[in-house]
Design a protein around this ligand. Structure first.
Ligand code: AMP
Ligand code: ZN
Length: 138
């Protein structure tokens, strides 16, 4: 529990929320300022400031929960699309510094636009970036 962390307070039920799913590791609640009807956030019960602080055991349990909850949300909300959004760091738009993943149901003409302006690589830059990361991961 991090002092004054709103998501720690929510997962400990010290602050109320609309809960869609809960297990030992995660809670999924409706976002208080939804982008669309049914917009939810999956919150880890342990406090991690962001994805990069998450332990491997929690990370391994994350996607099965995402899949289970997303499928039921899609069925029940009858949405025609679905975005997963996960912000890490102020420059990536993170405003609550406790790991969470947005589950955003999408509907025709819902007015949301996640497209971005594109950039370009200099000559060989893409290959150099890719090989630097590839070599480090192996
Ligand atoms: P992010 O910008 O990715 O850090 O997203 C933080 C999200 O948390 C925003 O979409 C907020 O609307 C949402 N949020 C903040 N406080 C609450 C709360 N008390 N209950 C539900 N969602 C919240
Ligand atoms: Zn927290």
């Amino acid at each position: 529990m991090e002092n004054n962390c709103i998501f720690c307070k929510i997962t400990r039920k010290q602050i109320g929320s609309n809960i869609l799913y809960e297990d030992d590791d995660f809670q999924v609640i409706l976002d208080i300022s939804p982008a669309t009807k049914g917009h939810a956030i999956l919150i880890s019960k342990k406090h991690f400031d962001n994805l990069f602080k998450m332990d491997e055991s929690t990370a391994a349990k994350l996607f099965p929960v995402v899949l289970k909850v997303s499928k039921i949300m899609k069925e029940e909300l009858n949405c025609s699309g679905f975005n997963l959004v996960q912000n890490n760091g102020k420059n990536a738009g993170q405003t609550v510094f406790h790991f969470h993943l947005h589950l955003i149901p999408r509907y025709e003409n819902d007015g949301i636009d996640f497209r971005w302006n594109t950039t370009e690589y200099a000559e060989n830059e893409a290959a150099s970036i890719a090989s630097k990361i590839y070599d480090k991961i192996q």
